[in-house]
Structure formats: C-alpha cells, structure tokens
Design a protein around this ligand. Structure first.
Ligand SMILES: Cc1cc2nc3c(=O)[nH]c(=O)nc-3n(C[C@H](O)[C@H](O)[C@H](O)COP(=O)(O)O)c2cc1C
Length: 384
C-alpha cells in the first residue's frame, strides 16, 4: 500500500455495530472526515438539487410485487459487452480516492474484484493505473475493468494514456462527456478545499498546462480559452481510431445524444449527471433513463448511475432497461469507514438487498425486473 497522504481523515479500522445500510455508511463517514474533504468527496454543484433529485427519483418509483412465482435457482447474473457478470453493479469512476482513506484506489480495487463487481478507474485517480489493473485482474471472480477517460488538451498525451490503459489490461474506455468544465462546486469553494500533499492525479504526471490564449476585451476565459480544448462529437471518431477497446460514453441524458452516440460507434452509453457534480438542476438519471433506452433501441447497452443507494434502486434501474448500474459515493463512504473492508461491505449490502428485492417482487432473474415496476415503460429489451 502507498504511504498515507497528510490526513483529512481520522482512520477508523473497523466498522462500528449498527452500520447495516448504505446510508448508515454515509452517516458514519461524515464523522470521520474533515469539512473540506467531505465537501470535495460528497458535495455536488450549485444548490445540490440534482444530487437530491437523483436519490428522490429512485425512492419515489414504486414496485408492484408478484407473488407465488417460482424463485428457486434464481440469480443476479447479467450479460454485458460479451461477458457474464455475477451481478449488475460496477463502481463508478471517482477521482482522488486517497482523500477518503490512505489506501485509496488500491482498497477499492481489492474489494471490488473480490465482490465480483466491475471497476471503472478514473483518469484523475490518485494511484497508478497499472498497479490497480494488476491487482484487479489477479482475482478470478472479478467483474470488468474499464478505464474512464477525460480527453486532455494534448492529443499525444491522451493517446499515450489510452495506450497505457490498453497495455495494463483495461477492457473498455469510458469517455466522460458531461464535464467540459467543472460545475459550480460551491460547497467545495466555501470549505476552501485544496488537495493535500500526497494526493494527486498521478496518471497525468508530465501533462503540461495548455498555453493560455491572450484574450481581448469582451472575450470570455471560458468560451475563448478553456473550451477551445473541449471534446466534441468529432473526437469520438478520433478516439475510436487510436484504440481497439470499446468506447462507452458517460454523461448522456438526452435521447438524441444517445442516438448520436450509437451512430458514432459507441459500444454503450451511461446515463449520468455526474452525481449532480456538474450541472445543478439537470434531470435525475432515473427520469432520463427510459427515453435513452427507447432511443438506443437495444443497439448497445445502457448503464445508469446517480443516487443508487438500495437494492430496490438497482432492480428499478434494470427494470427500466439498464444493463447495469454504477455506484458512486457509497463506495467512498465504505472506503472512508474501513478501507477495503468498508467497500466490500457496501457492495455486499447492495447485492444482498438486490436479491431480497428480486425475491419479494417475484423476479427469479433480472430479465423479470420490468414486471416489478408499478408503472409500465415501453422499451426494447437491452442487448447482451
Ligand atoms: C468524489 C467523486 C469523484 C468523481 N470523479 C469522477 C471522475 O473522475 N470521472 C467521472 O467520469 N466521474 C466522476 N465522478 C462521478 C461518478 O462517476 C458518478 O457519475 C456519480 O458519483 C454517481 O452518483 P452517486 O455518487 O450518487 O452514486 C465522481 C464522483 C465523486 C463523488
């Protein structure tokens, strides 16, 4: 394990009694972190309304259970990009995990692999991508290992990063498209958040900042400088041309963007609003998901993240046509609370809750999940 960063975190080796849900994990994590680490890790943009509506949208969706159906031999397996996964839960890409715990991404990877979940590793991680891949790929029962990419202003650097990810054994690229600029992270600014010594985006070492463009009066630092480097649809073709890996787009909310993603050759789309960390008052992901599923017409898998906190949320997402879900903050709550043990506990809780929810709604497998929803959503079946 790497040396600990100068700490924002009061280490707590073991989970206390009474932590039996993901929200218990959140409450406990709150007591261990200082205000500014909390603001970075768990805050969101603006008034944090999208963060709240992501949670509420799943909570308000109701289930209509079926009874007396045969359940023996049931399972949570799903097909995704040509693989059979033990269950449909992946860990979302999240930057700077050493803020949550000194073991950071190493602990998350260890727990995720052991629990058969998928891992999406962030470009802005605070651990080397090769170390995480070799640790993750060693586990026989592991889920998929994907690399989340932020396109950098320097194409050569981006290409080299993609090549490193390929060489290390990552199996897909997840291009995040909803953050051409950072959202207005007010909580973070109020707290005076700064990365502590020892926590850095180590996979971006060597990347030079772009030369600032001289602005004339009336020009905008955003539109006339920063956004000149922002990714566009044209970059998808470029990215596909430099990699043999499938490319999924993360941060799709509009059905027309989902159609365009498919037309550009994306291997999948992830319905996401970045957990409310980019555009506040953006629609909740649960409300955006059905139209995206409809638009994609089964051509590629649709995944979703944002506000998943219960097994029932996972069941609802699959019922609406998602092939799998990504779990964000709760994994970092578990990490904060007890390192790898905490992440593993969070994943175990969520999977157990999913199985209970399936049994109580009469779903023997996740193919039955649409039947569990109280409201019928017309949709094609997602592909394998
Ligand atoms: C601390 C933190 C860091 C994140 N870093 C990234 C990142 O580097 N790349 C990315 O695509 N998304 C990033 N996200 C967004 C997550 O991948 C995911 O979309 C979101 O957290 C899901 O919502 P949830 O936290 O409610 O589960 C980050 C989220 C958090 C909380």
């Amino acid at each position: 394990m790497p040396t600990p960063p100068s700490s924002s975190h009061r280490a707590h080796p073991q989970l206390p009694d009474g932590v039996v849900t993901l929200s218990d994990h959140e409450r406990h994590a709150r007591s261990l972190l200082d205000e500014s680490a909390w603001a970075y890790l768990f805050g969101a943009a603006g008034d944090e309304l999208t963060l709240a509506s992501n949670l509420r949208a799943w909570q308000e969706m109701t289930l209509l259970p079926r009874v007396l159906r045969p359940l023996a031999g049931g399972h949570t397996r799903v097909e995704l990009l040509g693989r059979t996964l033990a269950h449909p839960i992946l860990i979302a890409p999240m930057a700077y995990q050493r803020l949550a715990h000194p073991d950071g991404e190493h602990a998350t990877a260890l727990a995720t692999a052991a629990l058969g979940a998928g891992l999406v590793f962030s470009t802005q991680a605070s651990a080397p991508l090769e170390e995480i891949a070799s640790m993750f790929l060693r586990e026989a029962g592991r889920g998929p290992l994907w690399f989340q990419l932020y396109l950098q202003h320097d194409r050569g650097f981006t290409q080299a990063l993609v090549q490193r990810a390929e060489a290390a054994g990552y199996e897909a690229l997840v291009l995040t498209v909803d953050a051409p600029v950072q959202g207005a992270r007010d909580r973070e600014r109020r707290s005076g958040f700064r990365l502590p010594q020892g926590v850095a985006a180590v996979n971006l070492d060597g990347l030079r900042a772009p030369a600032a463009r001289p602005l004339t009066t009336g020009q905008s630092a955003l539109f006339d400088d920063l956004l000149c480097h922002a990714p566009s649809w044209d970059h998808i073709a470029w990215l596909r041309s430099i990699t043999r890996l499938p490319v999924l787009l993360k941060g799709i909310l509009h059905p027309d963007d989902a159609r365009q993603a498919v037309a550009c050759g994306a291997a999948g789309v992830i319905v996401s609003n970045h957990g409310g960390r980019t555009l506040d008052t953006a629609v909740s992901t649960a409300s955006a998901l059905p139209a995206v599923v409809q638009a994609v017409q089964g051509a590629v898998p649709v995944l979703v993240d944002g506000g998943i906190r219960r097994g029932t949320d996972v069941l609802k997402a699959i019922g609406l046509g998602a092939s799998a879900v990504l779990l964000g903050r709760p994994a970092l709550h578990g990490l904060t609370n007890a390192g790898a043990t905490g992440v593993a506990h969070v994943l175990r809780l969520l999977r157990d809750e999913l199985e209970i929810a399936m049994a109580l709604t009469g779903c023997r497998t996740l193919a039955d999940a649409p039947d569990a929803l109280a409201t019928v959503h017309p949709r094609p079946r997602p592909p394998a």
